[in-house]
Design a protein around this ligand. Structure first.
Ligand SMILES: Cc1cc2nc3c(=O)[nH]c(=O)nc-3n(C[C@H](O)[C@H](O)[C@H](O)COP(=O)(O)OP(=O)(O)OC[C@H]3O[C@@H](n4cnc5c(N)ncnc54)[C@H](O)[C@@H]3O)c2cc1C
Length: 392
């Protein structure tokens, strides 16, 4: 079979693969992206809600998110595309609860976030909520996070891909072997092979399958998440921030013509990834009930909607045990790297691509909070403070 070569092969052309390729180019490498599907950014990435924040309960996530938000704000200078080209907007996030006993819990959470350098969040009392968020139903307590922003995931992927100049993209090229050679690596695909000095696995939910031959038991849960588009012309909803019910983690954001509604998945399920995600029959009913306390008008609109007007999507999110993506050199296999474990990959694509390129180039320094060694060192701690249903 025919073969080509480049300095680095990136396996996977989702948002993480293309941002990694762009940053690798900036570091001076020629790159080949090998992607099993017909187009870039077509598996998990296009089904995301495209929401961005810097409020997390884990220091390394705060740092990655702050760096990424700065990149998005400055995207014109960085990638040469206008913020409007990726539908960037900064309406904030509002975390709401209809439970009076959550007032103290939210205050404690805010203190914790502020201790981690999150300066853009404030507590809301019932009067603030009534005044600022007239759609918020029985909410009595909340946090408003000013950094909260939106992008369009497909447009972000297109922005990274559109600026690649030293990268070859091989589509319809599923990888079936990654093997060391005398001078580097050979990546074999359905349509030929690519030789390279280094290989980066950025295969989203399939990462564990590709890394297991190298002795890596990836500590990542792969779990489905769904969204539904609901047509909605409520003027208060059109200008809303991301709205989260912190009691159960359900959330929605406005998009042109309506809203995207989703629910959290903070349980311990893990599934085998597939090429498409089947949305369960009860997803809509569950999402409506979960969001109703903090957005009753939206719940009523969704209930009254013509089922034919609703559009569903879903994907497999990857959750490392400590919620921090895994970006680093695969131990014991020189020249093999990973940029995987992304459950917030749209928001973190700028910083994770940059860190990956630094690791490949050997310029990341000795401290890499996203590396594999945190698992062997036992410093990776399970966290409940990053996800919506668990205060994140
Ligand atoms: C409903 C939902 C809502 C979400 N909301 C948000 C949000 O608001 N904000 C946010 O930041 N994130 C959100 N996410 C998460 C986000 O979508 C992911 O973190 C991100 O898309 C991961 O990108 P990726 O490139 O790692 O994976 P993917 O997009 O899955 O890309 C991996 C690619 O690797 C390819 N691949 C795999 N195996 C092989 C192989 N053997 N050979 C060749 N190619 C291979 C796949 O075909 C795929 O194209 C959401 C996800 C879902 C499902």
């Amino acid at each position: 079979m025919a073969g080509t070569s480049s300095d680095v092969v990136v396996i996977g052309g989702g948002v993480i693969g293309v941002s990694s390729a762009w940053w690798l180019e900036q570091a001076g490498y020629s790159v080949t992206i090998v992607e099993r599907r017909h187009s870039l950014g077509s598996l998990t990435t296009p089904n995301a809600l495209g929401t961005i924040r810097t409020q997390y309960g884990t220091p390394s996530l705060v740092a990655l998110a702050q760096e990424s938000l700065e990149f998005y704000r400055d995207i014109d200078a960085r990638l040469g595309v206008k913020p409007s080209d990726i539908e960037f907007a900064n309406p904030g996030y509002v975390y709401l609860s209809d439970r009076a006993d959550d007032v103290d819990r939210l205050a404690e959470a805010l203190t914790m976030y502020q201790g981690l350098g999150v300066t853009s969040s404030e507590l809301l009392d019932e009067a603030d909520i009534r005044r600022r968020f007239p759609f918020a139903g029985d909410s009595v307590a909340g946090i408003f996070h000013r950094d909260g922003s939106f992008v369009n995931p497909a447009l972000v992927t297109g922005a990274w891909a559109g600026r690649l100049s030293n990268t070859t993209v091989l589509l319809d090229s599923g990888v079936n072997a990654i093997e060391p050679t005398s001078s580097g690596w050979r990546v074999s695909t359905d349509r030929g092979h690519v030789d390279a000095d280094a290989v980066v696995v950025a295969a989203g939910p399939y990462a564990a399958q590709l890394l297991s031959p190298f002795g890596v038991d990836l500590p990542v849960r792969v779990t489905p998440r769904y969204r539904v588009f609901i047509p909605d012309d409520d003027p208060d909803h059109k200008v809303a921030p991301l709205v989260i019910n912190v009691v159960n983690g359900s959330y929605w954001r406005p998009v042109p013509g309506g809203v995207w509604l989703s629910t959290a998945n903070v349980d311990d399920r893990t599934v085998e990834p597939q090429e498409s995600v089947e949305v369960p029959d009860d997803f809509l009913a569950t999402a409506i009930e979960e969001i109703r306390p903090v957005s009753p008008r939206l719940a009523a609109t969704a209930e009254a909607a013509d089922p034919a007007s609703l559009t569903y999507a879903g994907g497999f999110q990857s959750y490392p045990i400590d919620d921090v993506p895994i970006i680093g050199a695969v131990p014991g296999h020189e020249g093999l790297f990973a940029n995987v474990g992304h459950w917030a990959g749209i928001m973190l694509s700028p910083a994770s691509g940059r860190l990956l390129a630094d690791v490949v180039a050997g310029t990341s320094g000795t401290e890499n909070p996203c590396g594999f060694d945190r698992f062997t060192a036992g410093t990776a701690k399970r966290s409940s403070t990053n996800k919506f249903g668990g205060w994140g």
